[in-house]
Design a protein around this ligand. Structure first.
Ligand code: MRU
Length: 356
């Protein structure tokens, strides 16, 4: 079934091969941890809806899903006349690009698929579809490898016995496997270090409580769940040795956009002299945006703030804001951990240099 070489217990996405076509299967992360179930997708519009509704979420996982979304559309339409096939592909790219705005990995993955499309544009639709599927599979495999490399670089930053606070879910569920922030923790543990995790609950969508806690429990990694407003107290009591988070987009100057609440954690970490690390693949670094002010911040539904699922606890009729991400200024970032190594005190010069 799955053709990925993902060694982890938690696999967020898998490709189901059927000769000539196939399906993308994604764990429904909106239902975790109560229900563990894969949903099946066979079109770009379907995958786009899976991204929008956060069945799949986390910057690298969104990128991989979008790549498969393009391949699925090509496979679905490959027997149609050329003009119909091309129009469907255009529409597929467009609907995927509109699914979520902040994670640059989505646009990075779509760009890569457009380049593949251009390379095989003279071929029959079925050959182009096969090439697009191969490109999506390559991107999938590459993300697993990159997360493992990042983990190895980052593990060296953690001392034996470190108590590491993380925000949101930057784990296997948020990537093709291993994870960015949680990948560093997994690699440190694999290297023999005794690491324990403090997971911020991460209001309002609860990625910390529902997903990070679940991932860690699956693998027996010691994890303690706190509500977001407890982080400062724990830091003041000397109970946090390091913070590691993922990111959806890093601007050229090193400003970091990540799940709402990350900025608050970074300020607290600076106040208490605790290192604040950000783990991300190079595909999350967007040199085309000068600083964090230019990163689009997604606003999500008010219902995520006024309650959860069927339960609504806020007063009906209240006005609500729900920015889903915030920006941590580069000056608060101790280091960015990438597959190519660790960038201490990131700035534009260092970020540009890592691409050379
Ligand atoms: O809204 P989400 O759940 O997609 O937000 C995810 C995050 O903020 C992650 O920290 C980020 O994508 C990095 S994932 C490796």
């Amino acid at each position: 079934m799955s053709n990925s070489s993902n060694p982890d217990a938690v696999v967020a996405l898998r490709w189901y091969d059927v000769p000539g076509y196939g399906h993308l299967q994604m764990v429904d992360q909106t239902r975790l941890p109560a229900v563990f179930d894969y949903l099946s997708y066979d079109s770009a519009a379907g995958v786009a809806e899976g991204i929008r509704s956060m069945v799949v979420r986390g910057a690298p996982a969104i990128g991989v899903a979008a790549a498969y979304g393009v391949a699925l559309e090509a496979l679905r339409m490959q027997t149609q006349p050329q003009v119909v096939f091309e129009a469907a592909l255009d529409a597929g790219f467009a609907v995927l690009a509109q699914s979520r705005p902040t994670a640059v990995n989505l646009f990075w993955a779509l760009d890569r698929m457009q380049r593949c499309r251009a390379q095989y544009s003279q071929d029959h639709p079925s050959q182009l579809a096969a090439a697009l599927l191969a490109a999506a599979k390559a991107l999938h495999e590459e993300d697993i490898r990159i997360n493992q490399q990042m983990g190895e670089h980052g593990a060296a930053l953690l001392a034996d016995g470190a108590r590491v606070l993380t925000h949101c879910n930057a784990g296997a569920l948020a990537t093709a496997g291993h994870g960015t922030a949680l990948g560093v923790i997994r690699s440190a543990i694999a290297a023999g270090k005794r690491i324990s995790v403090i997971a911020d609950e991460t209001r309002p969508f609860l990625q910390g409580a529902r997903l990070t806690a679940w991932e860690m429990v699956q693998e027996g990694i010691p994890v303690t769940l706190i509500t977001d407003n407890m982080a400062g107290h724990l830091m003041s009591q000397g109970e946090v040795d390091a913070v590691i988070v993922g990111t959806d987009r890093v601007a050229a100057n090193g400003d970091v956009a990540n799940k709402i609440g990350t900025y608050m954690v970074a300020v607290l970490a600076a106040r208490h002299g605790i290192p604040f690390y950000v783990a991300c693949p190079l595909s999350t670094i967007d040199l085309s945006v000068a600083n964090g002010d230019q990163i689009p911040i997604e606003e999500r539904a008010a219902s995520e703030v006024t309650g959860f699922r069927e339960t609504q606890w806020a007063a009906a009729g209240v006005q609500v804001r729900n920015p889903s991400f915030d920006v941590t200024p580069a000056e608060l970032v101790t280091a960015i951990i990438t597959e190519k190594g660790v960038i201490h005190s990131p700035d534009e010069k260092k970020l540009r240099a890592i691409f050379d």
